[in-house]
Design a protein around this ligand. Structure first.
Ligand SMILES: C[S@@+](CC[C@H](N)C(=O)[O-])C[C@H]1O[C@@H](n2cnc3c(N)ncnc32)[C@H](O)[C@@H]1O
Length: 282
């Protein structure tokens, strides 16, 4: 694993209990993503499931499909797809701790045979050519230093007619002021990211790899309530986090993570960043 991926792996190994405590406590959802809210959505947990449902519907995932969950976290979406769509799912992550947790959760949900998890880089999976019907990535592809490297690998391992579905944060424009540059940098540093693609750049990269029938949905409004929840939780925890960090009880990484929790709100509010879903076919 290269140095950058090691940092990402460390980030997810360290933050695993915090994500569990502050975000998705519910074993049923176990998601590390924003979630989509509509007028009927009553809770964060429902929003987290809504997002899986939207992506699965757009990609038309069913029991005949073999899905790669590229950057699967603790396996929440993979388990959801196996239970709700009957799909066979392979989840990959670069965090050893997430891998162990994902395997345990799949067994707990009785889908240990339908879902497999591996410690593998999504830019170099070693899976055979044309071995998946769907490649799925929720808030994971943003970590790729060169997004095209993931897209090339996805194209290689998808069958002809296979579907790509990616939900992620994107830049809507380049930062202008020093303040906007700082917001973006805090966001990147605290979430273990090197860059954030602009929507148009990501679309061009998908096209250049050879995908067709590319579609995009702007979901910024639908993640707003989750963005506010994250911001409020971070603000509440911040003073305690500072004390715990001063006492060397929690690492600097978590303070940066808190800063990112604040920056993500400002990123959306300022119109510098947004959230969207890409779909494409091979
Ligand atoms: C924010 S989490 C999202 C997890 C999951 N998709 C979800 O929605 O709950 C990002 C995930 O991307 C994974 N990831 C980052 N870079 C990766 C890479 N090069 N190969 C495989 N997974 C990677 C991390 O290990 C982590 O599981």
């Amino acid at each position: 694993m290269d140095e950058y991926n090691q940092k990402i792996a460390e980030y997810y190994d360290v933050t695993l209990p915090y994500y569990k405590f502050f975000w998705s406590k519910d074993k049923e959802r176990s998601a590390i993503h924003y979630g989509f809210w509509d007028s009927d959505t009553k809770s964060l947990n429902d929003a987290l499931s809504n997002q899986n449902k939207f992506l699965a519907d757009v990609a038309g995932i069913n029991a005949d499909d073999k899905v790669l969950d590229a950057g699967c976290g603790v396996g929440g979406s993979a388990i959801w797809l196996a239970k709700n769509k009957g799909a066979r799912v392979v989840g990959i992550t670069i965090s050893q701790r997430q891998l162990q947790k994902a395997k345990k959760l799949a067994d707990l949900h009785g889908v240990g045979d339908e879902v497999e998890f591996y410690l593998t880089d999504y830019t170099n999976t070693k899976f055979p050519n044309e071995s998946f019907d769907v490649v799925w990535g929720i808030e994971s592809i943003c970590h790729a230093e060169v997004k095209k490297h993931f897209l090339q690998e996805a194209y290689r391992i998808l069958k002809i007619g296979g579907r790509l579905i990616v939900a992620d944060g994107f830049l809507l424009r380049e930062p202008q002021s020093e303040r906007e540059k700082k917001i973006l940098q805090d966001f990147l540093d605290g979430f273990a990211l090197l860059n954030l693609a602009r929507v148009d750049q990501f679309k061009s990269a998908i096209e250049s790899v050879g995908f067709t029938n590319i579609k995009f949905w702007d979901k910024t409004k639908e993640v707003e309530p989750s963005s506010k929840i994250m911001y409020k939780k971070v603000k509440l925890f911040y003073p305690l986090a500072k004390i715990l960090n001063f006492l060397h009880i929690i690492p600097d990484l978590l303070i940066k993570n808190n800063n990112a929790g604040i920056a993500q709100r400002e990123l959306l509010k300022s119109g510098l960043g947004g959230y969207g879903v890409f779909y494409a076919e091979k």
